[in-house]
Design a protein around this ligand. Structure first.
Ligand code: NAD
Length: 483
């Protein structure tokens, strides 16, 4: 045990750090030991944050959009300069490997924050030739105060992405990070001291979902609520938001199909399918290709290829750069993932921390699950989002069968298709019910490309050249020019 008391991270309200009466432990999932404490934020903290945002927003919203771009651009520069430490905090806090947090998420966040800064003065309205006696046009205006509720799996990159878009669009923000992984976001508020951002424009209040999250979702002073998390919590958020009928933006769960046809480049497919489920937060990704559909004629061969790929992945300490897969982020989720493991339906994998690490290793007390593949007899694993490195493999007969199985879900976030047939690739991209379809690739995302879920995966889209519109209200103006 470390002789030092666990480090404390503080909430950030009205431009100041704020202490708390109650604290929550944040546990290092690689060792199972508490390593930091975060505030157990209350409804009163949320109320103060909404007040601060309400006071700060009008001046910010009245700025010329190009003038809002300056501080957002400066924020991108500060993230580039100081982000390495924040990435390490996230890797310690939620087990997402440093190679992802520092190597991939951080440079992408910097580029996305810059992109949002540049979009500030490029969200254009239309002039509409409706009649000959009026000039009719549309403009986009900030909502005012927006609430942002974050999940635990990639908090920093989502914080940077959502808050930069909200600010560039002219809003003030109150953020509620997940209680299992709030440290990196709370630490990131220090960067606001490096840039000239008015106090109250961004506030961060950590605390339990049922307390701080509910207070934010139900707050009448919040005009838009952006929620990223599970579909179940998305339903609760929808109920809570009805007091003032605030606008909701929802990015929710998935149970995405990754479909391998027998004419695919099977080497490429094995890599794409393995990285689609096993890396990327050890399967704790909304994008996880957790249903692997394989054409029956190549099923056995492909499972062997996938097993060989999975065996190459290094499972271990998330802070080591050689590690491909870290732990599950917290105990309850670890227990949930383990509840799906069943030797009778396991095609490969299935071991957990005690079987993976030698006696005496601190990682034995961590929340590790090795890359695992279950058969189509795996029951509820076929339909429920597991959110861990556990996929199911399902054989299919032909293209029609593949589409039927792939679309047999209430989710609709993403889908992957592996085929060398151009015609089939086009047919599949039309037939699959998902917000994003990848052909001969998987888990590709970039800020210029719209992203959002269909059906019970959400009501996006985020990203893309229209990214700021999600954070703005549309107004139509009729200017009479006749008598
Ligand atoms: P979660 O729904 O348990 O929690 C998300 C956030 O909601 C947390 O901040 C939590 O404190 C808060 N919350 C919990 N209960 C609440 C309540 N009653 N009222 C208000 N807030 C509440 O999700 P999670 O376990 O943190 O994240 C995993 C989920 O997020 C998965 O389903 C994953 O697919 C989804 N996700 C989706 C996307 C996307 O872009 N579609 C991205 C990342 C994660």
């Amino acid at each position: 045990m470390s002789p030092l008391p666990p480090q404390r991270f503080l909430n950030y309200v009205a431009g100041r750090e704020r202490s708390a009466a109650e604290w929550l432990d944040s546990v290092d999932p690689a060792t199972g030991r508490p390593w930091a404490r975060i505030p157990s934020g209350t409804a009163a903290d949320i109320d103060d944050a909404v007040r601060a945002a309400t006071a700060a927003q009008p001046d910010w919203g009245r700025l010329a959009p190009a003038d809002r771009a300056g501080p957002v651009r400066a924020w991108a520069a500060a993230i580039a300069e100081y982000g390495d430490d924040l990435a390490a905090i996230e890797s310690r806090d939620n087990g997402r490997v440093l190679r992802e947090t520092r190597g991939a998420d951080l440079p992408r966040a910097v580029a996305q924050v810059r992109y949002h800064a540049e979009l500030a003065d490029k969200t254009l309205g239309d002039t509409i030739p409706a009649t000959s006696t009026a000039l009719t046009y549309t403009t986009y205006e900030p909502f005012g105060v927006v609430g942002v509720i974050l999940p635990y799996n990639a908090p920093l990159s989502m914080f940077f992405s959502k808050v930069s878009a909200a600010l560039a669009a002219g809003n003030a923000v109150v953020v509620k990070p997940a209680e299992q992984a709030a440290c990196s976001v709370l630490a990131a508020t220090r960067l606001f001291e490096k840039i000239d951002l008015p106090p109250g424009l961004v506030n961060v209040v950590a605390g339990p979902g049922p307390v701080a999250g509910e207070a934010l979702a139900g707050h009448d002073g919040v005009d838009l609520l952006h929620f990223t998390g599970s579909t179940a919590t998305g339903r609760r958020i929808t109920q809570l938001s009805c007091g003032n009928l605030k606008k909701l933006s929802l990015e929710l769960g998935g149970k995405s199909p990754n479909i391998v046809f027998s004419d695919a480049d099977l080497d490429a497919a094995a890599i794409g399918v393995a990285t689609g489920i096993y890396t990327g937060g050890a399967g704790q990704s909304c994008l996880a290709g957790s249903r692997i559909l394989v054409e029956a004629g190549i099923f056995d061969e492909f499972v062997v290829r996938l097993r060989d790929r999975a065996a190459e992945l290094v499972v271990g300490d998330p802070l080591e750069l050689a590690t491909d897969m870290g732990p599950i982020s917290f105990r309850t989720q670890y227990d949930k993932v383990r509840s799906f493991l069943n030797p009778e339906v396991t095609l490969f994998g299935g071991r957990t921390a005690e079987q993976l690490f030698a006696d005496g290793s601190p990682l034995r007390d961590g929340y590790f699950v090795e890359p695992t593949l279950l058969s189509a007899a795996a029951g509820r694993a076929l339909t429920e989002e597991i959110f861990g490195p556990v996929a199911v493999a399902i054989p299919f007969a032909d293209e029609v069968d593949a589409v039927r199985i792939a679309n047999d879900t209430r989710y609709g976030l993403v889908a992957g298709v592996w085929t060398e047939s151009l015609r089939r690739a086009h047919r599949m991209s039309v037939a699959l019910r998902a917000g994003t379809v990848w052909v001969n690739t998987y888990r590709r995302m970039q800020w210029q490309v719209p992203f959002g879920g269909h059906r019970e995966s959400g009501n996006g889209p985020a990203n893309g050249a229209e990214a700021l519109r999600e954070w703005q209200n549309l107004k139509s103006v009729w200017m009479e020019t006749g008598g």
